[in-house]
Design a protein around this ligand. Structure first.
Ligand code: UDP
Length: 490
């Protein structure tokens, strides 16, 4: 069949904000480039991005959402728990993964029915490569992080240097990488250190296998940010990768930016008017992503550090985090908000992060080094106070502080998820904040961040590296489909 056809790509995002947000941006970007894009989602996740998708549709882009049921009850989760952001323990986390695995059958059914030309699936869908093979279509893998962290993980799994040190605190070099990247066993994910067939360890191995067998990897990053690692991934690890970010830049109008990952409209965000009253680069923005639950005692240390630092701030505290201590407000030192009036603002719930980072009053971002937050800061030219906690965040921190040199660490030592203890003390937090916001070194760091901002924006413009990588990928997908049609015709 030599008739012209439209490339159809099906997108399968993981139900966690840090994975769903960039993949939805990606689907929208593909649609803008002429692809028919279908996103699979669930009843309670879809509303978070359906308005943006609708607006794209009105502009003539071919994009739609297919809703499937999420088996919360069947997997032992509370009713309405369809997103990782409702999860606060390892046990619930395991049930969430069980629910994810139960999605295979309904998704396979949709795939067979609409037979797309390509499947873009998040890393958590470990069965996706196999299913795509059955349909004879390429599966592209997405894990939401940078090339740097993928290279670090590969070296750790390949050489297991952590098994050759005597203590959890002894620094060692991750072998085989372009830079001398040092870490400790304490900073490695629990599931990497397990020797037994631990549930999460098994999962990591399955993920890494399905990545290796996939057609290639889509990376939300840009070549100029980590050139040596893009090279390493392609040449040394021998895998295909396309750098097509920063994907957040796809959001150009104010509604898109405000609603990204959220159903609230822009009218709700008085924090932007508050920022208008502040001097350039004078406000520190603090947010630890969409999943973290700090205990009350740790939140207090942060509050005390903010007050002592003397800096203006916007601090986002998650609703899930507050659930345990909201009524008593025991997480805030006595009279804190009264004393901080005009100086600091606490947002309880979801913040319009892209708009805050883009505001000229914001001069620093204290982050857990989630990859989206990191890249959004780079894209806005904002330097970072780094406080990694779990997932691959310690790797991302090393990219920020040691390779790119656009941040100062609070000195986080220990990988920790669902922990209930104080991890970093007030004095260390305060010291890092002041070092990033004030003085000569701060100015140098800010200048480097600005240079990267410029490169990030150029990468996404027509002719830029990310734009061209996506062009190359779309051409390759079309060529694959065309040759399939030709061989079927003969
Ligand atoms: N985010 C936001 N407002 C919030 C918290 C998070 O817009 O109050 C967005 C943030 O801009 C980013 C994503 O949620 O796009 C968080 O992803 P990241 O990889 O930084 O961290 P994770 O939540 O996966 O730990």
């Amino acid at each position: 069949d030599s008739k012209p056809y439209q490339l159809h790509v099906l997108f399968l995002p993981y139900m966690a904000p840090g994975h769903m947000i960039p993949m939805v941006d990606m689907a929208r970007l593909f649609a803008r480039r002429g692809v028919k894009a279908t996103i699979i989602s669930t009843p309670l996740n879809a509303p978070v991005f359906s308005k943006a998708v609708e607006r794209d549709g009105q502009q003539g882009h071919d994009i739609s959402i297919r809703i499937i049921k999420f088996p919360s009850a069947e997997a032992g989760l509370p009713e309405g728990c369809e997103n990782l952001s409702c999860i606060n323990s390892w046990d619930m986390h395991a049930n969430f993964l069980k629910a994810m695995s139960m999605l295979q059958q309904p998704i396979e059914q949709i795939l067979e029915e609409c037979h797309p030309h390509c499947l873009v699936a998040d890393m958590t869908f470990t069965w996706a490569t196999e299913v795509a093979d059955k349909l004879r279509i390429p599966r592209l893998y997405f894990n939401g992080t940078c090339c740097f962290s993928m290279c670090v993980l590969d070296s750790l799994l390949r050489y297991e240097p952590h098994r050759r040190v005597d203590s959890d605190f002894e620094p060692f070099i991750v072998p085989g990488l372009p830079d001398q990247i040092k870490t400790t066993r304490q900073q490695l994910a629990e599931y990497l250190k397990q020797t037994t067939e631990h549930e999460f360890t098994k999962m990591v191995n399955q993920i890494s296998e399905s990545e290796a067998r996939s057609y290639g990897v889509l990376v939300n990053s840009f070549h100029e940010l980590e050139p040596a690692y893009c090279e390493h991934y392609r040449k040394v690890m021998g895998r295909k990768a396309w750098h097509i970010g920063p994907l957040s830049l796809y959001n150009r109008n104010i509604e898109d930016k405000a609603e990204r990952g959220n159903t609230a409209s822009i009218g709700k965000h008085e924090c932007l008017r508050w920022l208008d009253l502040k001097k350039p680069n004078s406000v520190l923005y603090i947010c630890f992503g969409s999943l973290l639950d700090f205990p009350a005692a740790q939140l207090r240390e942060i509050a005390l550090a903010l007050e002592a630092s003397g800096q203006n701030f916007i601090w986002v505290v998650r609703k899930g985090e507050l659930r345990n201590h909201e009524d008593k407000e025991e997480w805030l030192p006595e009279g804190f908000e009264r004393r901080m009036e005009g100086k600091g603002l606490i947002i309880r719930g979801w913040a319009p992060q892209l708009l805050i980072l883009d505001h000229k009053a914001v001069g620093g971002f204290m982050t857990h080094c989630g990859w989206n937050s990191t890249l959004e800061a780079v894209t806005a030219g904002v330097p970072l106070v780094t406080w990694p906690l779990y997932a691959e965040q310690f790797d991302n921190e090393k990219l920020i502080t040691d390779v790119l040199k656009i941040g100062i660490g609070v000195g986080a030592l220990e990988w920790s998820r669902y922990a209930k203890k104080i991890l970093v003390r007030k004095d260390d937090i305060e010291k890092a904040i002041v070092q990033l916001m004030v003085g000569e070194e701060a100015e140098e760091i800010r200048n480097r961040a600005r240079e990267l901002q410029e490169m990030a924006r150029n990468a996404m413009e027509e002719g830029g590296s990310s734009y061209s990588d996506l062009t190359a990928l779309l051409e390759e997908l079309r060529a694959l489909e065309t040759s399939k049609r030709e061989s079927a015709a003969h």
